[in-house]
Design a protein around this ligand. Structure first.
Ligand code: CMP
Length: 137
């Protein structure tokens, strides 16, 4: 079993497709270990995406991520990190496979509907950022 951090981003919450994304998560067989609706401050978004702070899109990304509420989830499944990344599709919705969340619901490389941890160490940091105390099985 593995646990990963998922975020339903402000674009998806604002467009009222959070429920549709949660349905896809449940139908894919994930166990939802924890879930919060939260509006990030700019500083919280900067802390979460600190690994990207040198990137040219860092300012725009953290402004976007703090523009409205997000749904934050800890998802558990065998190979949860890879399984959630496959369900989301490629970062850029234009390059994501048909039927993936980002292809169906994202509108740009930035406003791409969902986030997922990319490796076990990242998942440990990201799950702990929002849900301190959760064990990563
Ligand atoms: P996410 O999986 O949340 O991880 C970092 C985010 O930065 C990514 O999704 C995109 O929303 C955003 N991002 C990545 N690359 C770019 C880019 N070239 N331009 C703008 N935003 C980007």
């Amino acid at each position: 079993m593995e646990t990963t951090l998922a975020i339903i981003k402000p674009d998806a919450v604002a467009r009222r497709v959070a429920g549709q994304i949660l349905q896809r998560i449940e139908e894919a067989g994930f166990q939802i270990r924890a879930m919060r609706l939260v509006r990030l401050t700019r500083a919280e978004a900067e802390g979460f995406y600190a690994v990207h702070r040198a990137r040219p899109f860092f300012g725009s990304l953290t402004t976007f991520m703090s523009e409205g509420p997000v749904v934050v989830l800890a998802l558990q499944a065998p190979d949860a990190i890879g399984k959630w990344r496959a369900l989301m599709g490629a970062t850029d919705p234009a390059k994501a496979e048909p039927g993936t969340i980002r292809r169906d619901l994202g509108t740009s490389i930035e406003r791409n509907a969902t986030h997922g941890s990319d490796a076990p160490a990242t998942a440990a940091f990201e799950v702990g950022y929002f849900f301190p105390g959760i064990e990563l099985a």
